[in-house]
Design a binder for this molecule. Sequence first.
Ligand SMILES: Cc1cc2nc3c(=O)[nH]c(=O)nc-3n(C[C@H](O)[C@H](O)[C@H](O)COP(=O)(O)O)c2cc1C
Length: 346
Amino acid sequence: MGSTSPDADSAHLDLATVQAALEVAVRAPSIHNTQPWRWRLEDDGLLLLADRERQLSVADPDGHSLLVSCGAALHLTELALRAAGWRFESSYLPDAADPDLLAWIRPVGRTDPDEQLASQVDAARRRRCDRRPFAEGQIDDDARNELRSAGRDSSAYVDFPDTPERHVELAVAVSWADRIERNDEAYLAEMRRWLRDPDVHTLVDGVPVEAIPRVPVDAPRHTDIPLRDFEVGVSGRQLIEHGVDEHPLIAVVFTETSELRDHLRAGMSMMRLMVRADLLGLSSCPLSQAVDFAAFRARLQARMGWIGYPQMILRFGRPATPITDLLLTPRRPVADVLEVAISPSA
Ligand SMILES: Cc1cc2nc3c(=O)[nH]c(=O)nc-3n(C[C@H](O)[C@H](O)[C@H](O)COP(=O)(O)O)c2cc1C
């Protein structure tokens, strides 16, 4: 353990520290890369707030995906601060009257920077969603156990529904949700609004066409559990040249209850999983059609006979080639998501 220094400075997060932490935090995944978050630096801590203007009105009417996305950004904020040697206390959804105030992080002291956490920060920066078919080969039990323990905390846990029967049931449930969404014009129109072509758009948010897989018509992709199809009126530019019989590892993030706080905690759990996967040399990507809507989540839970509440579904596998071959999906600059409200003397 490093030494702690309870001096007055340790009670205030300085702007440079916060900016550096948020450079990491904004690398969090978010639904359609909407980045529905903002932070405010105040004298007594850093606040994470929901940006409701970026909530998807069709695909996310109850803000579940927004909270999961913000939970991922919250975990990375805390991880980056911890790695830099900050000790703090966090409260999640601290004000019942203000559901957009998602977290309040109050510094309480300093300690030595932590190298193990620094490697997690590197993983968070490197990670990107891999929607390609994965390479052959199973993910062994040790890696599964590491993923399982990374995802677990006092309110969330992870499971892999991978017996043949469970796999089929899950495939049916996701395919059903996917079909309903693909037949909804409003859903498709909203997705189209979040697609980004560098020839037409400035790239700071949304899903770039380079991150969307394109399979040849004569060699369609074989996946039991369908990926979300972003090709609505655009052609994906991530060319997938040959068919592969894929067997990704599917993980489900559950919570014990299903309050707003659980949606945030599920996002934190998902982020820990994705960081751990990267450190294990694995690729990951959320696959969330079957958990987009409260009614879908309830149906999935009932159909699978689960006691816990399914919050997120992710696929994991070995990258076909290094993930650094894939485009790093852009983010808005930190200056656009951070409001500084500290008094000059702080
Ligand atoms: C709540 C949530 C749901 C998501 N659902 C899907 C999905 O169904 N399919 C998919 O390919 N990506 C999904 N994503 C991944 C986002 O599209 C991705 O994080 C975003 O485009 C940014 O790209 P990056 O994570 O590679 O940086 C989801 C992410 C979140 C946080």
